[in-house]
Design a protein around this ligand. Structure first.
Ligand SMILES: Cc1cc2nc3c(=O)[nH]c(=O)nc-3n(C[C@H](O)[C@H](O)[C@H](O)COP(=O)(O)O)c2cc1C
Length: 185
């Protein structure tokens, strides 16, 4: 279904990062070539070895790696990507992307991307309710980023509420739709 498609899975530092591994596996099983780009904080939650094994590729965790990416990973990966999905997208990543900041590989790659970009926010319900977060998401949507809305349910902070990241299979379905023939120019 996704044969010949190059997908960047960007992972930022939220507890839902563990679900990004399941999403990555689903995309690989559907035939996509997947490269994982983790923020430094994402590495607190999930292991590089997990994503390397799932994708069969090196995992990008930093901007500067002249051996693997002499032009810069942000440039080389953005140039060949058909789609970028950030899952989970933290409040921090969302704010930086809305502002156009580029202080790590993932945010810099987002600025270089000319393909469709999707984000699956995930955070505590108090964070999710903050006007600043909603303002930043509105800005991203206006800028053409597809926001995959979180659901309401069990949160790792031991509350029920809004901010629970969409499930990996639901995110994979949105990706498949975004890459389907009917969206090709
Ligand atoms: C245990 C724990 C869980 C966290 N979960 C989330 C989360 O689900 N969503 C979020 O936006 N931030 C969460 N944070 C805060 C982020 O890790 C923090 O804002 C960090 O700066 C994000 O960095 P990044 O966006 O560069 O990956 C959590 C922090 C801790 C310590």
């Amino acid at each position: 279904m996704l044969e010949g498609r190059e997908i960047i899975v960007g992972v930022s530092g939220g507890i839902a990062a563990y679900k990004a591994a399941a999403l990555t596996s689903l995309l690989v099983q559907q035939g996509a070539g997947v490269t994982a780009v983790l923020t430094q904080n994402a590495c607190q939650f999930v292991g590089v070895a997990t994503f390397a094994a799932l994708t069969g590729r090196p995992v990008v965790t930093q901007s500067f790696d002249s051996q693997s990416y002499p032009l810069g990973a942000h440039i080389e990966l953005a140039a060949r990507a058909h789609l970028v999905i950030v899952a989970p997208a933290t409040a921090d990543l969302i704010a930086k992307a809305a502002f156009g900041a580029a202080d790590d590989c993932l945010t810099t790659l987002l600025l270089c991307a000319t393909c469709p970009v999707l984000m699956a926010p995930a955070m505590n319900s108090a964070m999710w309710a903050k006007p600043s977060v909603q303002r930043n998401l509105k800005q991203l949507a206006e800028d053409g980023v597809g926001i995959i809305q979180p659901g309401t349910g069990w949160l790792s902070c031991r509350q029920e509420g809004a901010g629970r990241m969409a499930e990996p299979n639901a995110i994979a379905a949105v990706i498949a739709d975004a890459l389907s023939d009917r969206h090709r120019g």
